[in-house]
Design a protein around this ligand. Sequence first.
Ligand SMILES: *Cc1c(COP(=O)(O)O)cnc(C)c1O
Length: 458
Amino acid sequence: MQRPIEPFRIKMVEPLKMIGRQERDQIIRDAGFNIFKISAESVFIDLLTDSGTSAMSDYQWAGLMTGDESYAQCRNFFHLQETVQDITGFDHLIPTHQGRAAESILFSTILKEGDCVPNNIHFDTTRANVEYRRAEALNTVIDEAYDPESEVPFKGNIDLEKLESAIKQYGADRIPVVMVTVTNNSGGGQPVSMENIRRTKELCRKYDIMFFFDACRFAENCYFIKQREKGYQDKSIKVIAQEMFSYADGCTMSAKKDGLVNIGGFIALRDEDLARRLKNLLILTEGFPTYGGLAGRDLEAMSRGLEEVLQEDYLHYRIQQTAYLGWLLDQAGIPVMKPFGGHAIYVDAKKLVTHIPQSQFPGQALTVALYREGGVRAVEVGNMMFASRHTETGEWIYPDLDLVRLAIPRRVYTASHLEYAADALVRIKENIDALKGLKIIYEPPFLRHFTAILSEIG
Ligand SMILES: *Cc1c(COP(=O)(O)O)cnc(C)c1O
């Protein structure tokens, strides 16, 4: 595979500290074998998340200086509104400080107890915000999404039969909105096809239900459509995005992904009356409707990021870079989920680390090894994150997959950095039997992966 070429040159650098192996060993022990507790300065290559970790361009940094910090009606709001209207066609823009604030405001306004919100797969914060309103967050993705071996091109698609039977079961009046997450983050950053979006819209129209995108990675999704779906090869990313949003009534957005900024988000929508109701809550929790918890300069950086993310050179590099890391690992015989998603590569730890039973956290053991071996930080998405106890027997129920996610920040690392990370994994594979299982010494009652303390077995 061709080495991806970065379509930018480097104007400012942030030095990375390469610390010795012995020191790393001490650091991971002191962190209780939990990579969330390692100070970021002790990490050489940080692949923990692609959220809020993007590098801004000179155009965005210059935009910060044009920030209008007036309380009401600042000029950067109007610039952002124009940009969002141009891409989405949605008239009403409601800025928020990040994606989950947008979700909270939307769901607090439209959901009531006992409602249901279908999605391909709900992202954690989306699910939590739906459930907090005592409504059900239902996943209706196609079955192939759960099969790491399946190589269908649009693995994030909605299963339209599942969706329609949910609508019939709940009744349309108990489903205030159907959402589609592009790309499908929790399903490995897999795209949704335009055809599937169109048919989802038709179903929503038939039952008179609102249709929203969780649009965090909309540009990456559009790039996949251009690459993989018939009839889109000659269209620009912006035209594809405009068509995609034309089918929806609105979206929630975390600009920490395809907004190419470190903080920011929004809701955009068509319905004026709903926009008014959302703004009432926004004023209470986030701020005045033209700044929504952000500084004027942040709105400007977001606006410029949304323009830049549509550039095809950028998207080509972005998707290519992720695929390159996947390819390097695949070539070396490391089991990875396919097809490669937009923002991350997932290593199948259960397949790679066969000598550690799932009860001893093979995925977590691999993240520990990655830090020890190369100062690379990745995150376990498996037993540590998702295991639950059976409500009656109290026995552990482990998730089907035990994955390690290598998420790629946007415009931050070069091809050499990725090769370095891949090499570290290859060296680990060559000596895989040296990995030790882990046991939990302390765990909090929920979201244990963030703060748990572990120790090595044997
Ligand atoms: C990140 C993310 C969110 C939440 O956004 P935050 O900015 O982290 O609050 C919601 N949905 C998806 C699909 C995401 O990836």
